[in-house]
Design a protein around this ligand. Structure first.
Ligand code: IPE
Ligand code: IPE
Ligand code: MG
Length: 251
């Protein structure tokens, strides 16, 4: 029985988020420039997105460029931005064939203009697709997202539109980039690094974390299936005790 068939389709995570890491090391291992790793990461994006959509995952968020990634050498940043434009263009067919709607989170209007334009265009062309939302985190960081939410809330309080007494987790959530997206049940990071790197800090409060030793350009459908199977074997307690969870499951 292959891995895919072992997955319980009744217990799928609705939302999977991935920190795609290890492109640079993958290229270095082959004596190539870092950008070669990024180029080869595109196939992993294609495989992961189509496999997730085929399974029935509703939301897939991919961390593609962090706020901190601007600190990389300019030539790498430029190469990443042109690769993004090129890929959005060349993968439109894949998105349409698989009925995948493209969305983005992050400070996207601060991306390079050509990138921003291409992103808006692809989001617009795919907006009626309804099998899965593919959300690219671009110029994104969790702390940026939380602080800009706080700033928006402060402005509404100042304008008399919001009563500070009313602010709770549910209200706060409405000011995040992910206001319409459920929290990820499963958060995957590749490349054997064990950290969050400023990704979905609010949303990952109760995510199950899965660390793969594969470098991102080596990540394939079976690696995604393995992560989902691992997730399905876990007990999510949300602060309760095991017996309470079993009671809920048996209802
Ligand atoms: C992930 O791979 C891609 C981005 C962060 C844009 P890296 O470029 O971080 O690769 P490593 O971690 O240096 O190997
Ligand atoms: C996280 O990877 C950001 C993305 C995958 C886009 P990094 O490679 O930038 O993270 P650090 O620097 O290892 O924490
Ligand atoms: Mg990295």
């Amino acid at each position: 029985m292959d891995l895919k068939e072992k997955i319980d389709l009744q217990k799928l995570p609705k939302h999977i988020a991935i920190i795609m890491d290890g492109n640079g090391r993958w290229a270095k291992n082959r004596g190539e420039m870092r950008v070669f790793g990024h180029q080869n990461g595109v196939e992993s994006v294609r495989q992961t997105s189509t496999a997730a959509a085929d399974l029935g995952i509703e939301f897939l968020t991919l961390y593609a460029f962090s706020t901190e990634n601007w600190k990389r050498p300019k030539c790498e940043v430029d190469a990443l931005m042109s690769l993004l434009v090129q890929t959005l263009n060349s993968e439109l067919g894949t998105l349409m064939d698989n009925k995948i709607r493209l969305k983005a989170i992050g400070n996207i209007n601060q991306l390079q203009p050509e990138c921003y334009r291409q992103l808006l265009e692809t989001m617009d062309k795919t907006k009626h697709n309804n099998r899965m939302d593919l959300i690219l985190a671009l110029n994104y960081s969790g702390r940026w997202e939380i602080s800009q939410a706080a700033a928006k809330i402060a402005a509404e309080v100042k304008a008399g539109k919001l009563d500070p007494q009313m602010i709770d987790q549910d209200i706060f959530k409405n000011y995040l980039e992910t206001r319409d997206i459920p929290d990820p049940e499963l958060l995957i990071r590749t490349s054997g690094e064990y950290r969050i790197s400023n990704f979905l800090l609010w949303q990952a409060a109760y995510s199950e974390l899965y660390f793969s030793s594969k470098l991102w350009p080596d990540f394939r459908k079976d690696d995604l299936y393995e992560a989902i199977l691992d997730y399905q074997n876990r007990e999510r307690r949300f602060g309760m005790i095991s017996e309470q969870i079993k009671q809920v499951d048996n209802k």
